[in-house]
Design a protein around this ligand. Structure first.
Ligand code: AP5
Length: 209
């Protein structure tokens, strides 16, 4: 049986968002990205957004209780989902366990050089949120969204210093205990994220069976 309550873990730029969109569509379940939810709060200048922005801009994790409340509300009553960006540390993994039973956790592995290369070339549509890459999946016309015709932008946290901080502070420091946690529950699968988008997708699909 194919897993339907899925968590994606991995460093920034390892393709969690790219693969989450495809997996969610194929399985007919929602894609829930805490990064997207937080950016939307920031854009709408909500109380949560105003608090979250300074952490995001510095490349730090937003405090657990703020993100946990947001995700608990979002997951209520859901029987399937692809969760992208939550949990980010052991505490969040424990919170998630109190809300739902995760069936499969995919951990995308990608080396630092490739992370920096991919994130430096990432561009997003400010209107529809579609993600492009100037090297691996460029738009048809220079720097303009294929769907909306709007000029693409670079995320404010995709600068070289903030990328390094996201890798060190958010990922390298936190990933070990989470891998142990999910490995002990026999739901963890490792995915080599160095291949092209199709290859990584194939590996992810196989890991859900
Ligand atoms: P978030 O948006 O989750 O950022 P992230 O984890 O750093 O992940 P990214 O979105 O940067 O990368 P991705 O793995 O999704 O890669 P993508 O598919 O885009 O979080 C942002 C911030 O919000 C955090 O820094 C934090 O402050 C806060 N936050 C979020 N969740 C939180 C939480 N739970 N707790 C506390 N704070 C939280 O791919 C990257 C690029 O590569 C794209 O251009 C893509 O086109 C390209 N690409 C993808 N796959 C391939 C491939 N196989 N080959 C070549 N190119 C590829």
């Amino acid at each position: 049986m194919t897993a339907r309550r899925i968590v994606l873990l991995g460093p920034p730029g390892s393709g969690k968002g790219t693969q989450a969109v495809r997996l969610a569509e194929a399985l007919g379940v929602p894609h829930i990205s805490t990064g997207d939810l937080l950016r939307s709060e920031v854009q709408n200048r909500t109380a949560l957004g105003l608090q979250a922005q300074r952490f995001i801009d510095k490349g730090e994790l937003v405090p657990d209780q703020l993100v946990a409340e947001m995700i608990k509300q979002r997951l209520q009553g859901m029987t399937g989902f692809v969760l992208d960006g939550f949990p980010r540390n052991l505490k969040q993994a424990q919170i998630l366990e109190g809300v739902t039973e995760v069936e499969r956790v995919l951990h995308f592995r990608l080396d630092r050089e490739e992370i920096v290369r991919r994130l430096s070339a990432r561009r997003v549509c400010p209107q529809c949120g579609r993600v492009y890459n100037l090297l691996s999946s460029p738009p048809q016309r220079d720097a303009v969204c294929d769907l909306c015709g709007v000029a693409l932008v670079q995320r404010t946290d995709d600068t070289p210093e903030v990328i390094q901080k996201r890798i060190d502070v958010q990922y390298a420091r936190e990933i070990g205990p989470m891998l142990e946690f999910y490995s002990a529950r026999s739901v963890l699968r490792e995915i080599d994220a160095h291949g092209d988008i199709e290859t990584v997708y194939g590996a992810a699909r196989r890991a859900l069976e």
